[in-house]
Design a protein around this ligand. Sequence first.
Ligand code: 13P
Length: 253
Amino acid sequence: MARKKLIAGNWKMNCLTAEGTDLAKTIAAEVKKMGKPECEFLVCPPFTLLGTVKKSLRGTKVALGAQDCHFAEKGAHTGDISPLMLTDLGCKYVILGHSERRADHLESNELINKKAVAAHKAGLKTVICIGETLAEREAGKAIDVCKEQILGSVPDDSTAADTVIAYEPVWAIGTGKVPTTNDVEEVHAAVRKVLAKKLGKSNANKMRILYGGSVKPSNAKELLSLSDVDGALIGGASLKADDFIAIAKNAGC
Ligand code: 13P
């Protein structure tokens, strides 16, 4: 089953206007030079830059995404952003359940599921994040934790067209540490199995499962050539256009 790789940048809480505009424009120009790339490209700036970056990406092959959303369409939720507000700004994707949100904002699987249902209803594609902590990995529970997160946070009617899974071991995020290729393969295969049970084989075979956590140009080829790895969710290295593009090229895009 051929799945088009997704190369996604999660800018997290970084970049002011000038830097973000420059980054988006440089990435878009480099992607243009690639002609007809084999991969899809996505950047997810902070909320404050969505409108500006949208302009920089107009007419390019780089899609725009947000890093979170609320589950309600509108209303009394001070400081929150609704899925409709994101589509209104031109977003195609939203990242949900990132481990930093699970940790900083105590987001539960149940809440992430509600957000994903609302995002799909508004026409957004979701990138739903899962991944174990170091203590869970050392206790041999990595796969069980990922299974539980998928069962809880992925809506039952999700399809390969509206959902992408991102496996991001918490201990690999921003640390320079990366699991062995065997470990990545093992988790991704287990994730696809759980998805098959939950969403049916056809959806599971078509659904993209990204790897995230210290992806760099130097490890991109090895990680992104694994059979069940369908792209990358990139943090730190997505803030440097050269690195982001080098990752894509090394991944065969
Ligand atoms: P790093 O690439 O900085 O490790 O971050 C990964 C990540 O959290 C992407 O969502």
